[in-house]
Design a binder for this molecule. Structure first.
Ligand code: FAD
Length: 511
């Protein structure tokens, strides 16, 4: 049989996407193949990286497992904190607040999902909020963190908040130690094969020419290979997610780091706050149609909790996705593949999904179109699921205090989302895919947190005696409360587990 293995992989870009891809490929090929392909990464210090992207979802733990990374070491080197979820403030109405965690609520009773029982007790006049049935939310409210043993009766997934620049440095040393070759330089020309338009080579500003079999475009918003060279096209989703800018800056911490990210709805968008061990990352995502850059920067700076550690920077983006994320012999990963605003911290999760899918569907030099088609199908599906989930946050509001919120509240939404909202709004039915980033508990959390209360509870809720439900739910609340109270404060846990050394200088990515 002919050996048609990929021999040369060229990754363009050394941001989070590029170094994550390089690290994963180095790990996978080093451990599975004697004639492993050569992995080369090209990046340009002159261009720099986007320099944000610090809040994650639990799939990062799977990525760490793939790398064989030691969690405490990874956290120490990236000045990371634990993340139990996101606190949403002022979304449904000004003054509202809820936490969307990564965990579940309660447990099924008599084979019936927990929330049907909870909705029934609400209908009977009981007032315990759904948060009281979530261990991570209870721990987050108390500022506590601990990892229950896997076998414990109440367990939960968690993620991390880390310094993006330190993460790239961490991955770079991991990848270079496993043979990835880094080339400093700016790509100024992309050579295409005349026969089929596949990428053949990249030319750097100093004239060097780099050839490859498979090219991975991690060049950020520019999409140097997938768009500038291959003209793959972009699907624009700003009609539903109109925010197109962000002003960002880090600041000093004003207190102990909370084990959650905060997203506060504002005049023309929302502000994030990501607490790390030594500083806080902040940004204001806004819609330029309703707010000018100078006004946004003023509003943003006036609300920073601590002294800024860097000048604020404005980033521009267009929400949407590449029409094909894998086209010919080029796979786009990271911002080059598309952008969904960081409201649910999904971009790094989408990078991980792309890396896992690429490894699963890894081509040979024949480039079977079926592999690319399947990759694109899987990525398109998750991009659309995340898109709908983000739109839910904007649409499910009764805010009418600014033109921006009036637009969000009254916009037309995708049919796929309308269908989900109607089913939930009637009797609490949740349509969610088990393999999606956001499953049943996530939809429940945002719908309840933003005041979409079902008109009636599902009759399935009547299948267990009401007193029995009260007794079981009461016991569960107590267990959760006790377990959360027994956890150490988050900063105490961090100090004992992964304390970083001296604070590092603030990173300011260049563009
Ligand atoms: C406002 C904002 C907030 C975000 N917050 C989050 C978050 O909380 N959580 C999350 O998961 N994600 C977040 N993201 C997304 C996250 O930042 C990105 O997914 C992540 O940083 C990956 O970026 P990247 O590597 O694709 O691109 P970049 O960081 O832009 O890297 C691009 C690389 O390509 C190189 N390059 C480009 N052109 C050339 C060329 N011609 N020659 C040589 N090299 C070149 C650059 O030098 C750089 O190394 C956020 C994004 C934005 C805009």
């Amino acid at each position: 049989m002919k050996n048609d293995h990929i021999r040369d992989i060229v990754i363009l870009g050394g941001g989070t996407a590029g170094w994550m891809t390089a690290a994963a490929l180095a790990r996978v090929f080093a451990s599975t193949q004697a004639d492993a392909p050569r992995v080369r990464l090209i990046e340009s210090e002159e261009i720099g990286t986007v320099g944000v992207g610090e809040s994650t979802i639990p799939t990062l733990r799977n990525f760490n497992l793939l790398l064989g990374a030691d969690e405490a070491e990874f956290m120490r080197r990236t000045h990371a904190t634990f993340k139990l979820g996101i606190e949403f403030r002022d979304w449904g109405r000004i003054g509202d607040s809820y936490i969307h965690s990564f965990g579940t609520y309660g447990r099924p009773l008599g084979g019936v999902p927990f929330h049907h029982h909870w909705l029934r007790l609400q209908a009977l006049g009981e007032e315990n909020p759904i948060d009281a049935y979530s261990l991570p939310i209870t721990a987050a409210h108390l500022g506590r963190f601990g990892r229950p043993p896997e076998a414990a009766s109440v367990s939960f997934p968690y993620a991390f908040q880390f310094d993006a620049a330190l993460y790239a440095t961490y991955l770079r040393s991991y990848a270079e130690a496993r043979g990835v070759i880094r080339t400093e330089g700016k790509v100024v020309d992309v050579g295409l094969r005349s026969a089929d338009g596949f990428i053949e080579s990249l030319t750097l500003a100093d004239g060097a020419r780099i050839e490859g079999d498979l090219f991975i475009d991690c060049s950020g918003f520019r999409g140097v290979l997938i768009q500038q060279a291959l003209k793959t096209g972009y699907e624009d989703w700003t009609q539903w997610l109109p925010c197109d800018r962000s002003v960002v800056a880090t600041c000093e911490s004003a207190g102990a780091a909370e084990p959650f990210t905060r997203a506060t709805a504002s005049e023309a968008g929302w502000r994030w706050r990501i607490p790390l061990q030594h500083r806080v990352g902040n940004g204001y995502v806004y819609c330029s149609e309703y707010l000018g850059d100078a006004e946004a920067a003023d509003a943003f700076l006036s609300r920073l909790e601590g002294k800024p550690l860097a000048e604020p920077r404005i980033l521009r983006f267009v929400t949407g996705r590449r029409k094909k994320q894998w086209h010919k012999n080029c796979v786009a990963i990271g911002l080059s593949a598309g952008f969904l605003e960081p409201l649910e911290s999904t971009s790094i999760g989408l990078i991980i999904l792309a890396i896992f899918n690429l490894i699963q569907l890894f081509p040979d030099r024949g480039f079977d179109p079926a592999e690319a088609e399947e990759f694109n199908r899987l990525m398109d599906m998750e991009f659309e699921r995340v898109r709908d989930f983000l739109i839910l946050h904007y649409f499910l509001t009764s805010r009418d205090d600014t033109p921006f919120w009036n637009r969000c509240r009254t916009m037309s939404i995708p049919d796929s989302l309308r269908h989900k909202m109607e089913l939930f709004g009637e009797r609490g039915l949740i349509i969610a895919n088990a393999d999606a980033f956001f499953g049943e508990p996530s939809w429940l959390s945002v719908c309840i947190g933003q005041n979409l209360v079902p008109r009636r509870y599902d009759p399935l809720g009547d299948t267990v005696d009401a007193d029995e439900v009260r007794r079981r739910l009461g016991a569960l609340r107590q267990t959760i409360r006790r377990t959360a109270q027994a956890m150490p404060p988050h900063d105490v846990f961090l100090a004992g587990y992964c304390a970083a050394g001296e604070p590092v200088a603030a990173h300011t990515g260049r563009r």
